[in-house]
Design a protein around this ligand. Structure first.
Ligand SMILES: [Zn+2]
Length: 246
């Protein structure tokens, strides 16, 4: 039973959309206003509609508002203080702006610091380069992971074929996760997707389409003794790239 309206069974779509106390929040978004009375069978139907709407930035705003609503719901359940419903929309917009500002700073910093050529790791650390490639013509994708020591000697290389995934970043995120799964206890990880590296560094939640893969990867790092992630320009990632397209 929904503890907020005390009237209906609480499933995900009720907790995030249907509950009447949420309508004033969703009313703030143009894209939602005309659908306030619509009953969606499940949350993913609603989400798909928002994502397909082609309205610039609406998917991000929607995700941040939904996230704040979920936080509020959890806070109420465990009896901790939370902001009133009337402030949720403004709070979500502020968080989104913070996120966007941090993200553009990070991308600029990485572009400035991005290595153009491969540099070995300091002894005794190993460096793990990863890359992913999509082959549209044959509907598959490839993952490449290369582990080298501080002298640049290749200790291991892994090449995997996977079914076609939607975007290059999806595949690069998978390559990153695969790189962490290799069993090393400490390593420097390097990839040429600034998006993937930034998302890993930012920590959960990751709202990208490949967010679940990034969150898996972040979880895996909690078992490592030491790790760091850095962005390298494509020229510095050629060996992993070759393994991925091999
Ligand atoms: Zn309710």
């Amino acid at each position: 039973m929904c503890e907020i309206c005390d009237g209906e069974a609480e499933d995900t779509i009720h907790a995030l959309w249907d509950c009447h106390v949420l309508k004033e929040i969703w009313w703030e978004m143009d894209i939602c206003r005309s659908n306030l009375a619509t009953r969606f069978t499940c949350f993913s139907d609603l989400l798909t509609g928002i994502f397909n709407s082609q309205e610039p930035n609406q998917a991000e705003v929607f995700a941040f508002v939904a996230w704040e609503i979920w936080r509020k719901r959890n806070a109420l359940r465990v009896g901790v203080d939370s902001i009133p419903y009337s402030k949720i929309f403004v709070e979500a917009i502020e968080r989104l702006q913070e996120f966007q500002a941090a993200r553009s700073d990070q991308i600029l910093t990485n572009q400035r610091n991005g290595f153009t050529s491969w540099v070995p790791s300091p002894n005794p650390l190993l460096k793990v380069n990863f890359d992913g490639a999509v082959f549209q013509d044959t509907y598959h994708a490839g993952i490449g992971v290369v582990i080298r020591d501080s002298e640049g000697k290749v200790l291991s290389a892994l090449s995997e074929r996977i079914k076609l995934t939607p975007t290059v970043d999806d595949v690069k995120a998978m390559a990153c996760r695969r790189a962490i799964e290799n069993g090393l206890q400490q390593a420097l990880f390097e990839g040429d997707s600034a998006t993937v590296i930034n998302d890993i560094q930012a920590g959960p939640p990751c709202l990208a389409s490949f967010g679940h893969i990034i969150e898996d990867a972040i979880n895996l790092t909690s078992h490592l003794y030491y790790c760091s992630f850095s962005h390298v320009l494509r020229k510095g990632n050629t060996v992993a790239d070759k393994v991925a397209i091999n």
